[in-house]
Write a protein that binds this ligand. Structure first.
Ligand code: NDP
Ligand code: HEM
Length: 496
């Protein structure tokens, strides 16, 4: 994008709208202000000035508590292969069917003004406007996550943010948490590989991470994991390149996405699903509700079924991207959450934070509004802007018949009964290091990737306290002895 073709400089309308106050009264000069005489004090009657200042004072809404920095665009999902044997999800029912959507990509830990190229997982969220309601895929670019106990989310996130006293990012906090919650190791391996610093949002994959259930009207279901693989190819920055870009252009990923779409170079992803029947899941080597584990692809192959393309930039960032509100609980008939406890807790957390960040009627904001919704029992509240269901009764009235469509929940597979407990998912054990070692071996397939990993960790870990460093070396030794030793050697060289 050159200076001459930025959206601001090419903004031309044939019509010339008449400038008014927010209440619609014409105003001759947006810079004018009322006073008696030539310089006298301001007049309270100057609605235009007072209203402008008061509105400006309220321009900021709370930023997302995580994933605050992001960029997004509109697109389309197309079914490319028949998967009607797996599910009755309406959006997938015909090959060639297209569904409009909006996507938002983000970093996780940084504030709204932070650098796009920080080492972090990337959020990969899509809202599909389906004929049966909005279906949100609130995914990341990593197939696993740091936690499997939902209670750990705020604790973990605090350690990746700022120290409460210094207000600085703190390597000791960061590694202290990770080395004392070693179920994180698989995700640590992923994020400290070069995939933790993607070249752009277009050049990274997306993963559901969690197991979901895809269901059929007869009550049968399969367990699934969704993968979106970038058609642009995975491309990453080295740690050094990412740090340089953070300083030179902290908005690089935002700019890259906008410009690619603006010039018609539409990014796309091929969409796959991994499938396990309930019977297979029971015998599976891995606990499918453990978010720190993947389903190895040689055991559970990827089945291709769709293509996702981004083809339109937002007209207004705040209205369409800042206000977009995703939730793993925005589901449609044919898909159900699994009992993965992290997923279960997310079902609560997102609408809760939206009510705080955007207000109780967040679903009415145009970018969040489903194609059709009819819920006249949910009424009023701040910013009820959709007509508030007019004269429709606000209870199930015998004078206003509604159609209720049967959506049968699946026959449960998981056993729900048992005494209430207050425990961890499971204690960390050697099994937690097997897939981390698997990834270490995957890195070994590409020359330089293992060396970059050691350099990425050691450059960060060197700023942590000695006890924390030692515990972290032990953690990496459980992945691979030589890895632990080389991280120790490289890190200690850099300790100041
Ligand atoms: P496979 O050999 O079948 O696949 C390896 C996977 O690793 C590919 O999906 C590849 O993605 C991905 N990959 C390559 N480099 C990296 C990296 N630096 N960081 C993260 N992922 C990378 O292996 P398995 O299925 O047996 O899994 C081996 C390891 O690969 C796992 O322990 C896991 O860490 C990682 N992995 C596994 C995934 C899964 O769902 N099974 C998904 C992603 C990663 P691509 O093909 O796009 O290059
Ligand atoms: C954003 C909570 C785990 C993906 C958020 C937000 C919250 C949150 C509160 C801010 C939402 C907003 O203000 O709009 C949690 C909790 C988790 C968890 C409590 C675990 C207990 C995960 C996991 C993934 C994920 C495992 C991916 C698999 C995302 C994405 C966003 C996000 C993509 C950004 C959405 C957007 O672009 O608006 N999360 N999260 N989160 N989360 Fe999570």
């Amino acid at each position: 994008m050159t200076a001459d073709d930025t959206p601001a400089s090419t903004f031309r309308y044939n019509e010339k709208p008449t400038y008014t106050t927010s209440s619609g009264a014409p105003i001759d000069n947006p810079s004018g202000w009322q006073r008696p005489g030539t310089i006298g004090p301001l007049l309270l009657q100057d609605f235009h000035l007072i209203d402008s200042l008061a509105h400006f004072d309220r321009e900021r809404i709370p930023e997302r508590v995580v994933h605050a920095k992001g960029a997004g665009a509109y697109g389309v999902f197309e079914v490319t292969h028949d998967i009607s044997d797996l599910t009755s999800i309406n959006m997938f029912d015909t090959v060639g069917k297209k569904t409009n959507c909006i996507a938002r990509f983000s970093t996780v830990g940084g504030e709204k003004g932070s650098a796009d190229t920080a080492r972090d997982p990337r959020g990969f969220a899509i809202k599909f406007y389906t004929d049966e309601g909005n279906w949100d895929w609130v995914y990341n670019n990593t197939p696993v996550f740091f936690i499997r106990d939902p209670t750990n989310f705020p604790l973990f996130i605090h350690t990746q943010k700022r120290n409460p006293q210094t207000n600085l990012k703190d390597a000791t906090m960061f590694w202290d948490y990770l080395s004392t919650h070693q179920e994180s190791i698989h995700q640590v391996m992923t994020v400290f590989s070069d995939r933790g610093t993607p070249y752009s949002y277009r050049h990274m994959n997306g993963y559901s991470g969690h197991t979901h259930k895809w269901t059929k009207p007869d009550g049968s279901f399969v367990y699934t994991q969704v993968h979106l693989k970038t058609d642009q190819g995975n491309k990453t920055f080295t740690g050094e390149e990412a740090a340089k870009m953070s300083a030179e252009n902290p908005d690089w990923n935002t700019q890259d996405l906008f410009e690619a779409i603006q010039k018609g170079d539409y990014p796309s992803w091929t969409v796959y699903v991994q499938v396990l029947t309930p019977e297979e899941a029971e015998k599976f080597r891995w606990n499918i509700f453990d978010l720190t584990k993947v389903w190895p692809q040689k055991d559970v192959p990827l089945r291709q079924f769709g293509k996702f393309t981004l083809n339109k930039n937002p007209e207004n960032y705040f209205a369409e991207i800042e206000q977009v509100a995703f939730s793993p609980s925005h589901l449609v008939p044919g898909v159900e959450p699994s009992i993965d406890p992290v997923l279960q807790s997310r079902l609560f957390s997102y609408p809760d934070t939206h009510r705080h960040r955007l207000g109780t009627n967040y679903q009415q904001i145009p970018v969040n509004a489903p194609l059709k919704a009819f819920n006249p029992f949910q009424r009023d509240g701040a910013m009820a802007i959709n007509g508030n269901y007019g004269a429709n009764p606000n209870y199930p009235s015998s004078y206003r018949q509604l159609t209720y469509k049967t959506v049968k929940p699946t026959v449960t597979h998981e056993s729900w009964s048992g005494a209430a407990v207050h425990e961890l998912f499971q204690e960390v054990n050697d099994d937690d290091f097997v897939q981390a070692k698997g990834l270490w071996d995957v890195l070994g397939r590409t020359p330089g990737q293992q060396e970059n990993f050691v350099s990425n960790v050691s450059g960060h870990l060197a700023a942590a306290h000695q006890d924390t460093r030692n515990r972290t070396y032990e953690m990496f030794s459980r992945v691979d002895k030589a890895l632990g030793a080389s991280i120790q050697e490289q890190t200690e060289k850099q300790v100041k």
